[in-house]
Design a protein around this ligand. Structure first.
Ligand SMILES: [Zn+2]
Length: 121
């Protein structure tokens, strides 16, 4: 089996960390559109049919679904944040995977050195 260079893996990990540092603002969750009553008694929405559009950011928080109301003026921006988080999440996964590969490669190197010096365990 070909030895994977720890230095190369570390370099690739650093590249991802640098990318992570260049991230734009992000937020965890999905934006979903819903309809709601505003609570004003004589508003058209009081009949339960002509409801107001509302944007909710939903996220999983400790096993529970958390909902955050997002004002219309912020919907476009928050939409960008949620997209950015998908990139950040992917980078975190990659950095984590490189960490595991570095550990595995270090173990392999140790074994190979042990074999060379004849102290195979
Ligand atoms: Zn209303």
């Amino acid at each position: 089996m070909r030895q994977v260079s720890v230095a190369m893996l570390e370099k690739q990990m650093q590249t991802r960390i640098a990318k992570l540092g260049q991230s734009k603002p992000f937020i965890i969750g999905s934006l979903v559109e819903s309809r709601r009553k505003c609570g004003v008694k004589n508003c058209a929405c009081a009949n339960g049919v002509e409801l107001h559009p509302a944007w909710i950011l939903t996220k999983n928080s400790g096993g529970k679904t958390k909902s955050v109301y997002v004002p219309v003026s912020m919907v476009a921006e928050v939409g960008k944040w949620t997209k950015e988080y998908k990139k950040v999440k992917e980078l975190l996964k990659e950095i984590d995977a490189f960490g595991e590969q570095i550990i595995a490669a270090s173990k392999q190197r140790k074994k190979a050195l042990a074999r060379k010096s004849g102290e195979v365990k």
